[in-house]
Design a protein around this ligand. Structure first.
Ligand code: SF4
Length: 383
């Protein structure tokens, strides 16, 4: 029982995330997605104190705090929802300590920014998750030289995934025999093919295969394989319903539906891709995701894409950051980690930086770049 004449420590639980903006704040429970939105000035002032680093989410509540009805409501509601608790000051020796998670990567980025590129060590590769390679247009000799250069750079990197986008059946066969004669440079190899190429080479390939369907007029190829994952690129409601029918009639379990912006289908995006509050709160968002969203772009982080001419991209829609033949991949990782426009692209721009959902929203995707709008949402929760 709380005695309002006594002094208490008010502490939020470590699983509570607070987004504070001058006119509005969000108190979010990362375990169950329950949340409170605060706009009252006195409550905002109290929360402002709590989120100061030196207070670590704990402040002292004095008898006068209860005289403000909105403050009293917040204190009671926070306890009722298991967001926070009150600890009698007289019963504790000092201020309780509250440990809040810190993302190591934030420290890593700061440390790397102080180092010159020559001092980057093998640890750089630990940030690299996937390399996708496009080989279209290369002759056999050029392809061999491309693969040799790549292997030399990444064979001991501990790369998690190598995604191969061959340009033809002949290239697929050549790359496959190259793979057979070498140690795999990544834990997993994935082939990404168009349907025509898939029909021609499926029997030759031993690794995982993604088949990308971008054109719906010729139907879905009759390929039955447990290793296949389907990627459906849809531009309209019509294409979406075709895909839904295929998935159902063919009992497809491994698939991904990607919306494609073609400059004319903004309506489709507004209806199916733009975020609303219902989507945002449809399931709890973990503390790890919220912390991650403040530091890195979870769509792009750890991924490089290398085109046939050796150009290395951290995002295909942006300028290349280097070249396979002239740069060290390890140093390109360091470059992207410290000054990158892609891996570190977060919601720190208008209007997101004034929104209480800034770090709950998923990282900016390619759609924001293609549509040329930083916030693809129907939400207006800015200060
Ligand atoms: S304004 Fe930005 S942060 Fe806010 S809901 Fe929209 S996309 Fe998310």
């Amino acid at each position: 029982m709380i005695d309002r004449q006594k002094e208490y420590w008010f502490a939020f639980e470590p699983y509570i995330h607070i987004t504070w903006k001058p006119e509005c704040a969000l108190i979010y429970n990362t375990l169950d997605g329950n949340h409170l939105i605060v706009t009252d000035k006195a409550v905002l002032a109290l929360l402002a104190e709590m989120v100061k680093p030196e207070n670590c989410g704990v402040i002292q509540i004095m008898p006068f705090h209860w005289e403000n009805e909105n403050l009293a409501n917040l204190l009671e509601k926070s306890r009722e929802l298991f967001f926070a608790d009150l600890y009698e000051c007289g019963l504790s020796k000092g201020k309780p300590i509250q440990f809040h998670p810190i993302l190591n990567l934030q420290e890593d980025v700061k440390r790397l920014q102080k180092l010159s590129p020559e001092h980057t060590g093998a640890k750089m590769f630990s940030y690299l998750y996937e390399i996708a390679i496009e080989t279209e247009g290369l002759t056999d000799n050029q392809l061999n030289s491309y693969l040799d250069t790549l292997w030399l750079q990444i064979r001991y990197s501990g790369l998690k995934q190598l995604r191969i986008l061959p340009g033809s059946k002949e290239q697929s066969v050549l790359i496959r025999s190259y793979l057979m004669g070498k140690e795999y440079p990544a834990e997993k190899i994935v082939w990404q093919l168009n349907p025509t190429l898939a029909i021609e080479v499926m029997d030759v390939l031993k690794e995982s295969v993604c088949i990308c369907i971008d054109n719906f007029s010729s139907g879905i190829p009759n390929i039955e394989s447990s290793t296949v994952k389907w990627i459906f690129k849809v531009r309209s409601e019509e294409e979406l319903s075709i895909v839904s029918e295929w998935i159902e009639t063919r009992s497809i379990s491994r698939y991904q539906i990607e919306s494609v912006y073609d400059g004319k289908n903004l309506d489709f995006f507004e209806k199916f891709v733009y975020l609303n509050e219902e989507d945002l709160f449809s399931q709890p968002i973990s503390m790890q995701s919220i912390m991650r969203n403040q530091v890195l772009n979870s769509n792009d982080f750890g991924k490089f894409h290398i085109t046939s001419d050796g150009a290395v991209y951290s995002n295909k829609l942006l300028s290349p950051i280097g070249n396979l033949y002239t740069d060290s991949i390890r140093q390109l990782v360091q470059k992207e980690m410290t000054e990158g426009n892609s891996w570190l692209r977060i919601r720190n721009q208008e209007p997101c930086k004034r929104c209480i959902y800034q770090w709950l929203c998923p990282s900016p995707s390619d759609y924001e770049l293609k549509i040329g709008k930083p916030n693809l949402c129907h939400i207006h929760r800015t200060e």
